[in-house]
Structure formats: structure tokens, C-alpha cells
Ligand binder design. Structure first.
Ligand SMILES: [Zn+2]
Length: 83
């Protein structure tokens, strides 16, 4: 038997999920449950979204000034219309 209570074992998996194995002694019956780590997955999603928004920049074709796409219609440096 692995470490843990008799008929009940909790394992922290490499991917962060918690795996719980429950078995009923004498019957051979067992089942496995996995649980996502609470909260951390949502935080990761928000960080990915923030990084995505900061990448939406490009350079002005007229002067090379870097700007955020969709923030302005004209370059603040040279006044060129941005597409
Ligand atoms: Zn410009």
C-alpha cells in the first residue's frame, strides 16, 4: 500500500491537481477523483489576458512611434492616420 489512510489516499499531482483515491477494503472497489487547485487557474487566465492586451501594439509607418492598436486614430508624434 502507498502512504495514506487505509482505503483513502490523496496525491498531489505534478500538474497541481489533487487526486483522491478511495477504495473499500475487502470489495476491491475503488474510484479516483481529481480536483483542480482552487483559484489559481482563474488567476492564470487573467494574467494571460493582461499579457495579451499589452502585446497589441505596433509602430507608426510614418515615424516609427510605438502605439497601442485601437487607442488612437492618428499618430501622436507625426499625425499620420493609423489603420
Ligand atoms: Zn507617427
Amino acid at each position: 500500500m502507498s502512504a495514506g489512510f487505509k482505503g483513502f489516499r490523496v496525491t498531489k499531482r505534478a500538474d497541481g491537481r489533487v487526486q483522491r483515491t478511495t477504495s473499500i477494503p475487502g470489495t476491491g472497489f475503488s474510484y479516483v477523483e481529481t480536483h483542480a487547485p482552487g483559484g489559481s487557474f482563474g488567476d492564470h487566465e487573467q494574467q494571460a489576458a493582461a499579457q495579451e492586451s499589452t502585446r497589441k501594439t505596433t509602430t507608426c509607418p510614418g515615424c516609427g512611434h510605438r502605439y497601442t492598436i485601437g487607442k488612437a486614430n492618428f499618430c501622436s508624434q507625426c499625425g499620420r492616420q493609423l489603420t
